[in-house]
Design a protein around this ligand. Structure first.
Ligand SMILES: Cc1cc2nc3c(=O)[nH]c(=O)nc-3n(C[C@H](O)[C@H](O)[C@H](O)COP(=O)(O)OP(=O)(O)OC[C@H]3O[C@@H](n4cnc5c(N)ncnc54)[C@H](O)[C@@H]3O)c2cc1C
Ligand SMILES: NC(=O)C1=CN([C@@H]2O[C@H](COP(=O)(O)OP(=O)(O)OC[C@H]3O[C@@H](n4cnc5c(N)ncnc54)[C@H](OP(=O)(O)O)[C@@H]3O)[C@@H](O)[C@H]2O)C=CC1
Ligand SMILES: O=C(O)C(=O)Cc1c[nH]c2ccccc12
Length: 415
């Protein structure tokens, strides 16, 4: 390296390290994640007159929906259960909006509440300073500092890829459903779909409607419910019944009706868990499959149900029942996991099961939105509660220091 390039490099390094030591005081809470949860939290805060700043690692809002979902995805709950606080879906949207409609709704939601996230800011760590009662949030460019931290990175932040023996040996294409867009590139292929949640079912359906042959792995039990019962959404029926009846009884009614509408799923290789669908969702977070057509394709043999995979080979898979089959591609419909444990440093480590029942964290000023396993409805109710809680603290502190509504940059560190 010649001397002028060396100087340039040193200069660059100095700038970078200065940036990393630069603290940005955020007036109001720091929200991590600009998905539906982050947007809902920011909107609810703004209704209370509390400013906030969203840090988003991607270059757009709702990155899960924009980048990690397939073309034909639609919401599987009716729109009234998926809307965020204070602004509903447009009247002309269908009962089950497409993902494009959902994203356009979120974009107008952000515009309506004047929410402008800081994009390309991946949060790599966050810790609480008990002496100063402040959160320090380390992102790509700066260290952001605030009294409040609202975690909105989602239950589905990272694809979950299980260790399956031999997977590395497979010669064909292996993709996770978060990278699956359409059946176009699988035309005419025999495809092994590992997993039978909503993603596995819907991707298998998409494949078999487009001239591919899906083999779906069902290693365990699964609840499949019709998306609608007698013209009403199953989810809506369940929510209405829960107002009057205990959970176990609602589950029993749902299963009776599901069997009436769908027939027995057991004989198709889809054994039901002992615990009912809503109870299971509450206890383990496992969402029942809301059937949009896969079941009839299973019944007609166009989607083939396979036992658990024992091992992947160069050209296919061996199954637990001794069967062996060749495949052209493998789609991992194996679900997602949160990334919070990788960046949020809280005293005593993370709670064992990550914030299952609460919007308020253990540490001071810490909140989580969208982690209560209740889909977008849970997001909305968390956001409303968090905003009210922060606003009461904000009002009591208002006289002291909240008069300035911009983010002040200050330098921290030794120099
Ligand atoms: C295929 C699919 C379909 C679904 N359909 C429905 C449905 O119909 N109804 C329903 O209620 N729910 C549905 N869900 C559940 C879904 O998770 C929620 O609807 C919703 O997306 C949750 O919003 P969120 O903001 O909590 O998380 P996300 O939408 O995942 O948003 C989190 C944001 O945080 C950002 N982020 C993550 N880590 C960091 C970091 N370290 N630093 C900075 N930013 C970060 C991400 O880039 C992302 O933009 C579906 C999920 C999937 C995968
Ligand atoms: N239209 C919509 O609105 C859609 C909504 N969604 C939502 O997105 C979220 C994620 O859904 P999804 O992606 O289906 O993930 P899920 O976590 O719901 O399902 C993962 C599936 O993968 C299986 N699995 C995991 N590891 C293995 C393994 N090693 N071998 C075999 N099978 C394995 C699981 O089986 P096991 O149960 O035995 O662990 C399960 O069947 C859910 O909340 C869902 O409702 C998804 C798609 C469409
Ligand atoms: O789509 C999802 O993943 C959801 O979490 C939505 C949802 C919340 N509770 C439920 C109960 C039954 C089916 C779907 C859901």
């Amino acid at each position: 390296m010649d001397s002028s390039r060396k100087e340039q490099q040193q200069d660059q390094n100095q700038k970078e390290s200065k940036k990393k030591r630069t603290g940005v005081w955020v007036n109001g809470p720091i929200i991590v994640g600009a998905g539906p949860s982050g947007l809902a939290a920011a909107a609810c805060l703004s209704q209370h007159g509390v400013p906030s700043l969203i840090l988003e690692k991607s270059d757009c809002i709702a990155s899960l929906w924009q980048y990690k979902t397939y073309d034909r995805l639609k919401l599987h709950l009716p729109k009234q259960f998926c809307q965020l606080p204070f602004l509903g879906f447009p009247e002309n949207f269908p009962k089950y909006p497409t993902k494009h409609q959902f994203v356009s709704y979120l974009e107008s939601y952000a515009a309506h509440f004047n929410i402008r996230p800081n994009f390309n800011q991946s949060v790599s760590s966050a810790e609480f300073d008990p002496a100063k009662s402040l959160w320090r949030v380390h992102a790509d460019e700066f260290v952001y500092i605030s009294r409040w931290l609202i975690v909105a990175t989602g239950e589905n932040a990272e694809p979950f890829v299980p260790e399956i023996r031999g997977l590395g040996k497979f010669k064909g294409k292996v993709v996770h459903t978060s990278d699956y867009k359409s059946a176009k590139e699988f035309g005419g292929q025999k495809v092994l779909v590992v997993g039978c949640g909503n993603s596995g079912m819907e991707v298998s359906l998409d494949l078999c409607r487009n001239n591919a042959v899906p083999y779906m792995v069902v290693r365990n039990t699964v609840h499949v419910l019709p998306r609608e019962m007698f013209g009403m959404s199953t989810f809506g029926v369940a929510m209405a019944l829960l107002k009057w009846l205990p959970l176990k009884m609602v589950d029993r009614l749902l299963l009776l009706t599901a069997t009436f509408i769908l027939g027995s799923t057991d004989e198709l290789g889809l054994r039901r868990p002992k615990t009912g669908p809503l109870e299971l969702k509450n206890v383990t977070g496992k969402t029942p499959v809301l059937d949009v057509g896969a079941l009839s394709q299973i019944r007609s043999g166009k989607i083939k149900v396979m036992e658990g995979v024992k091992e992947i080979t160069k050209c296919g898979a061996k199954f637990n029942n001794g069967q062996e089959k060749e495949f052209d591609s493998i789609i991992l419909a194996t679900g997602y996991k949160s990334n919070v444990p990788s960046w949020l440093k809280v005293k005593d480590g993370m709670p064992k099961t990550e914030f299952p029942n609460g919007w308020k964290g253990h540490e001071k000023g810490l909140y989580t939105v969208g982690f209560t396993r209740r889909g977008l409805q849970g997001t909305s109710s968390d956001a409303v509660k968090i905003a009210a809680d922060v606003a009461s603290q904000w009002r009591s502190a208002e006289d002291c220091s909240n008069s300035c509504h911009s983010h002040i940059i200050l330098l921290i560190g030794e120099n």
